[in-house]
Structure formats: C-alpha cells, structure tokens
Design a protein around this ligand. Structure first.
Ligand code: AMP
Length: 423
C-alpha cells in the first residue's frame, strides 16, 4: 500500500478529502478549528513536496446548495493556518472547478465548495415527497446512484492521486470518501497523516493488544452500544459498563434504581450480556454506588447510595466514591485501555467527578506504559474538559467512525484506499 511519506507529490495534483466540518457561530466564525488543524500536516507535506492540493470536504448537513453551509466561510482561516492563499471554487463540479484545478501550480491549494451540496456525494435521493411510494423511492435511489458515477469521475479527473485524511467520515461509503479511490491505482491512493494515526490507534486496541485490556463503555443507553459491547466481549479482559447504562443492568438483577434512566425493554439483553461475559471469562465491572439526585439538574439535592438501593424519587447521575476506586484499580492495572462515554451526566459540573476519576486513572496507567485510546464524542469532550487529553496515548477525532471500527465493521473510507471490498 502507498504511504504519504513515501510518495513524492512534486508536480502532482492531489485530491485530498479532509473533514473541515467545523462548528460555526451565527456570524460564520469558526468556534473550534481542531479538525482543520488535524489535516494540516498532510496538506503541508503535499505543498512542501511541490505538489498542489485540491481539497474536498463537507460542512454540516445541507439538503442542497445553502449559503449557510458554504465552505467559503472558512477559506480565510484555512489560508492562515496553511500559510498559503487557498483558492476557492464556488461549486465542486462545473467549469470553474475544473479550470481552477487544471491551472493549479506546485505549492498551490484549491478548496472546493461543500461536496454535500450535491446529493451524489452521499448517494441518497433528496426532495422526495413524504408520501412517495416505494416504487418512487426506488427509482429516485437508482437515479442518484447513476448520476453519482459521473460525479465521482469528475472529482477524480481533477487529480493525479487521492489522499483520504477524513477519519470522521471513514464509516461512510460516499463519493469522495470511498468511491473515488477506484479511479486511482494502488500507487496513487493513500491515507493522510491523520487517517494513518487513527488507523494505527484503532489497530492497536483491536488487534495488537497488550493485556490486560480494559474497555470503559459509558453513555446513556445500552441499545446504542449493544454491538460494540458484544464485539468487545471477544477482546477484552475487563469491561466496565458505566453511565446511564448502569441502571438497566442493576434493575435487570433486581435492584431498586428509583427514577434513574433505564431501558425496560433491554433487561433481558443486560442479563444476556452478563451471562456472555461470564462464559467468555470477561470481568464485567458495574457500579456499586451512585451519586444520586432528587431531580435531573445540576442544582439538585445530592446524596450517595448503593446502586441497587436508590430511593424512589431519586436518580443516579454519576458513580459514587466506592465505584471510582474499583474502576481506578482495574484501569491502573491495564496495559491497553479504550474509553468511550462518561460515567455520569458530565455536562452538569456536580456530576463530573466519576468521569474525571476515570480520566485520571487512564492518564496514570498511560504513564506506566499502557496504550490508551479515548474516542467517540462525549469522552473526548470529557478529557478536554478536564485537561487530560495530553496524558492519554491517543484521542480519536472520529465519533461514529471510531464506534463502527470498534464494532468490528469494515470502514469504507479505509477499505477503499487499501483496495479492499466494502460494499
Ligand atoms: P451516549 O450519547 O450514549 O454516549 O451518552 C452520553 C450521554 O449520557 C451524556 O450526555 C450523559 O449526560 C448521559 N448520561 C451518562 N450517565 C447518565 C445517567 N446516569 N443518567 C442520565 N444520563 C446519563
């Protein structure tokens, strides 16, 4: 497989798929430019080699052309960060884009307008009436898949090589994230530096495991994490199931959970997961005590209770001190650690203690030689909130993509570059 380090971009045009899907305020100022910064090493390498970069990205979820989601809002900032005046094509298709791409000189960069202004990027029909029949839906899907071929071909025609640096969309088989790779031979398609780091980090926790391996899965619902938990049961030595999911397990085992969040239709599933963990010899660790609140609010009255003896009008919003200690001991004894999801409602300052304790234990284990990967939305927010990001081995930029990788699914954005099947 080709690698970005081995490839000399001199005199070459690269189509670089990045994830510039950054948050903007009402005046279109970027409020967090992490994603742009994450793609800089790749773009800088291409330009420094004497290559030129045709940059493609999506921004938001437009359902067609929409000023609000125009990438022109970020062009100035991208130029500043990259240190070159990045050109802009008002449309990722059409004559202007083609001409600008063709005229690019070594060391120059061109940002294409939001790829998702076209339905062909995602390959999903748009504008279907609510009452569309199955036939109509099928026909619309077929039509967009058909026109998608021309769209992909056109994007590919701008460049000599393809670089995918958008891990955040690696779980999508979209035109610019996967299908385009077919237009380049093995020597002319590769991951960018960010993608390489993400792939390596995922590989380390899924395939190159140093034991004991502990996964900490938090979050609100078991239902959204079933496949991940089932896949992890085949990999880990310790599985800490925490956050709102706790109470479904507690109730399933006959505990009293008051008003705590619970999925009543998943009680059997919880028992089944406990049974599976036992059969597979996995140490499934659940909370023993909770920080409870008399309402779902940061200012609620609080107390501590055994997790299976929560009074009727109260609810568990974080783990208690005994649980923190149990989790910390398991984590500190681990050599590979994966953390996804908070131990409680970390958005409320009075219920962050458990998540912070988990983060701190991971940092300590990392200092002692463990490999730790933190990823998936809220846990990234946690380590950032507590200033712990630099103390873990890797913080993934991919939410959904990381979770699908942990589920054991093939990520189209990765498979396509490797020339492996993904459809
Ligand atoms: P998820 O999106 O499934 O990863 O879940 C993350 C969300 O779970 C965060 O917004 C937390 O506030 C929420 N959460 C964690 N623990 C609890 C809890 N004990 N009760 C209610 N929500 C929780």
């Amino acid at each position: 497989m080709q690698t970005i380090d081995n490839f000399n971009f001199a005199g070459k045009k690269a189509f670089v798929r990045v994830d510039f899907n950054v948050p903007l305020d009402e005046n279109f100022n970027i409020t967090d430019d992490t994603r742009i910064r994450a793609a800089l090493p790749t773009l800088k390498k291409i330009l420094a080699d004497g290559g030129s970069a045709i940059i493609g990205s999506h921004l938001g979820r437009p359902k067609g052309v929409n000023e609000k989601f125009s990438l022109k809002h970020i062009i100035k900032h991208v130029s500043e960060l990259l240190g070159v005046d990045v050109q802009f094509a008002n449309d990722c298709m059409g004559e202007e884009a083609g001409a600008k791409a063709a005229a690019l000189q070594p060391g120059e960069a061109l940002l294409l307008e939001n790829l998702r202004f076209y339905a062909e990027e995602e390959g999903k029909p748009r504008g279907l009436a609510d009452d569309a029949t199955d036939e109509e839906k099928k026909a619309a899907k077929k039509a967009v898949k058909e026109s998608q071929k021309e769209f992909v071909k056109r994007l590919a025609s701008y460049a000599d090589c393809y670089v995918n640096d958008a891990f955040g969309t690696a779980h999508r088989a979209h035109a610019s994230t996967a299908l385009i790779a077919d237009y380049f031979d093995t020597d002319h398609k590769m991951f960018g530096y960010l993608m390489e780091k993400e792939v390596k980090a995922v590989d380390k926790v899924m395939n190159d495991i140093h034991r004991p391996f502990t996964a900490i899965m938090g979050g609100s619902k078991v239902s959204s994490k079933i496949e991940i938990i089932e896949n992890l049961l085949n990999k880990v030595d310790n599985l800490i199931i925490t956050g709102g999911m706790t109470y479904t397990f507690t109730k399933a085992q006959g505990g009293k959970i008051g008003k705590s969040i619970c999925e009543d239709d998943k009680l059997d599933l919880a028992l089944d997961l406990l049974k599976k963990a036992k059969e597979k010899g996995v140490n499934l660790v659940l909370a023993v005590d909770a920080k409870i609140a008399d309402s779902f609010s940061n200012d609620a009255k609080t107390d501590y209770a055994p997790v299976n003896q929560i009074p009727d009008e109260w609810e568990g919003l974080d783990i208690g001190p005994k649980t923190e200690e149990i989790y910390a001991n398991v984590i500190k004894g681990s050599k590979t650690i994966l953390w996804n999801g908070p131990t409680g409602v970390f958005e409320f300052d009075n219920f962050t203690h458990g998540s912070r304790a988990v983060g701190e234990a991971i940092v300590e284990a990392t200092k002692n030689g463990a490999f730790s990967l933190v990823g998936g939305g809220d846990s990234v927010a946690c380590v950032n909130k507590f200033g712990l990001a630099s103390g873990v081995s890797y913080v993934s930029t991919g939410g959904g993509a990381l979770l699908e990788a942990i589920e054991g699914k093939v990520l189209p954005g990765i498979a396509a570059v490797k020339g492996e099947p993904y459809k």
